[in-house]
Design a protein around this ligand. Structure first.
Ligand code: ZN
Length: 241
């Protein structure tokens, strides 16, 4: 069955997206190391983006973070835009994402579970004051609050736990979905595979350039660009069916 038919028949779609959804907006997946990092940083990105590293070498953390993790000018691509359209049409109940770039929200999606947080939110570790991402970008060295505390991006670093409210919201949406579309992830990184277990609906669609361990369990597998595939979908509102 084609993706269009599955979407037409669905009423509660949940989209689960990984880094591959953002790479089409020009945001590199730091897990697919291309050697660039090694030329400029003596540590692998996984080490820099860890809680221990943030505590020990915050200046180096922010040097990397400003350089690689703050693509504030990035724009939503066809995948983000189509998902927002599906939500407006009452077809899609939630987007669950592992990305921290905020592009789903920028595209107009309202119900977004950002498992790993967002670069658009930053908080003082002492008084809890909120800071936008521009403040981090435009500061130098370690960004400090007016109270003197260090400002920390609201992103989940390695060694840190996921936000329980966000997890339970995502689980609830997945449990009640009748169609789950998983895209741009190899489904090997925690917690992607774990969340998939909560899906009890009929149809699972996987869109990824490369094969995943779950390909054999899916109703439909598409090895192609997420933006290209979703761009080809036309949105019919539920109440028009
Ligand atoms: Zn403060």
């Amino acid at each position: 069955m084609a993706l269009q038919e599955l979407i037409d028949a669905a009423q509660r779609i949940v989209f689960f997206g990984g880094a591959g959804v953002s790479t089409e907006s020009g945001i590199p997946d730091f897990r697919s190391q291309d050697g660039l990092y090694h030329q400029k940083y003596p540590w692998p990105p996984e080490e820099i983006l860890s809680h221990t590293f943030f505590e020990r070498l915050p200046e180096e953390f922010f040097r990397f973070y400003r350089d690689k993790m703050l693509p504030l000018d990035a724009e939503p691509n066809d995948a983000h835009l189509k998902l927002a359209e599906l939500e407006r049409a009452g077809k899609l109940t939630a987007v669950v994402t592992q990305n921290i770039d905020g592009l789903h929200t920028k595209a107009g999606s309202k119900k977004v579970y950002e498992l790993h947080g967002s670069i658009w939110r930053n908080y003082c570790t002492r008084c809890g004051a909120f800071y936008g991402p521009e403040y981090i970008r435009d500061s130098s060295g370690i960004p400090h609050c007016t109270c003197g505390g260090v400002i920390k991006p609201d992103v989940v670093l390695y060694e840190e736990g996921l936000d329980e409210d966000i997890i339970s919201g995502a689980v609830h949406a997945i449990r009640n979905a009748d169609l789950m579309i998983v895209a741009g992830t190899s489904l090997t990184v925690y917690p992607a595979a774990g969340l998939l277990r909560y899906f009890r609906g009929k149809n699972l669609v996987l869109i990824n350039r490369d094969a995943t361990p779950y390909d054999s369990e899916a109703t439909l597998v598409i090895h192609d660009s997420v933006g290209k595939v979703l761009n080809g979908i036309s949105v019919n509102e539920n109440n028009k069916q």
